[in-house]
Design a protein around this ligand. Structure first.
Ligand code: SF4
Length: 273
């Protein structure tokens, strides 16, 4: 049944072996999200996952677990899946997946350490914003304090993750404030990479209805650029991080390391403005 669904994965994982773990989204409430609209949440059975693994390429070194938030399945099942991957694909050194703040909070640091030992080596997490007001408006299902708690748990368990943030997320007139709050959040934990996305209005989403009802006004492109500039100026996570605006929703593509390449990235951004 899961083979009929659209499979979403980060572009950086396009050459990675994909293993389906969940279908649809268990949360399915984020106002801006157009993914998984027409499909209900379900979990792929261990038998089906094992079947996929049996026919996987035994030389594969990386696996991406597909689904909006595979960590939603809980520790026992995820542990079993990682053990199966280790058995069937012994050369696999990195298992990656999307993850949500809500799901990570359900795991203890000890459990996360065990998952790391079993090969869970990269998560992609949509933090979106450090503004509680914006997170609540967009029905993200977590606060910025919970986001920090989840990130620090992962840091302690040494599971690397990409931090996804979204400019334009707080709406017109709030871009700079959102950048301040997002940088303040992200600067408190280690990220493998900070990935920006541009809030994009998809017609079928609750956000589109909010715009129609006058409950949300999109920021202009000029305001979004200013938000991106402030974010770039203020981001200073411990240990540094890659800064990446090459996701397809962005109209300005920057890639460089913070803090070393901050000035050059800011210069490139100014030239685009
Ligand atoms: S953004 Fe992620 S968690 Fe939110 S509804 Fe979409 S798929 Fe689900």
């Amino acid at each position: 049944m899961y083979k009929d669904e659209t499979t979403y994965y980060p572009t950086s994982e396009r050459h990675t072996q994909l293993i389906p773990v969940t279908v649809g989204c268990a949360h399915k409430k984020c106002a801006f999200c157009a993914m998984y609209e027409d499909c209900s949440y379900s979990e792929v059975s261990i038998n089906d996952i094992d079947y996929e693994l049996q026919y996987g390429n035994e030389y594969t070194e990386k696996v991406f677990l597909t689904g909006a938030d595979p960590m939603h399945i809980g520790f026992a099942k995820l542990e079993k899946i990682l053990q199966l991957i280790r058995r069937r694909l012994p050369r696999c050194a990195c298992v990656a997946a999307y993850a949500s703040v809500r799901s990570i909070l359900k795991y203890s640091v000890e459990e996360l350490k065990q998952l790391h030992e079993l090969g869970l080596r990269l998560l992609y997490i949509g933090f979106e914003s450090g503004s509680d007001e914006a997170l609540a408006l967009m029905k993200k299902g977590n606060t910025s304090a919970q986001a920090l708690e989840a990130a620090l748990k992962l840091n302690e368990a040494r599971i690397p993750f990409n931090t996804i943030v979204m400019y334009g997320f707080a709406g017109a007139g709030k871009g700079v404030e959102n950048a301040h709050k997002t940088a303040a959040l992200v600067n408190q934990f280690k990220s493998n990479k900070i990935v920006t996305m541009n809030l994009t209005l998809y017609p079928s989403t609750p956000l589109a209805s909010m715009v129609e009802r006058g409950e949300f006004t999109e920021a202009s492109n000029a305001e979004k650029k200013e938000e991106l500039r402030v974010l770039l100026q203020e981001l200073d996570p411990p240990g540094g991080s890659l800064f990446d605006t090459t996701h397809s929703t962005n109209y300005i593509h920057l890639l460089g390391r913070l803090p070393e390449e901050r000035d050059s990235l800011l210069e490139q951004l100014e030239q685009e403005m």
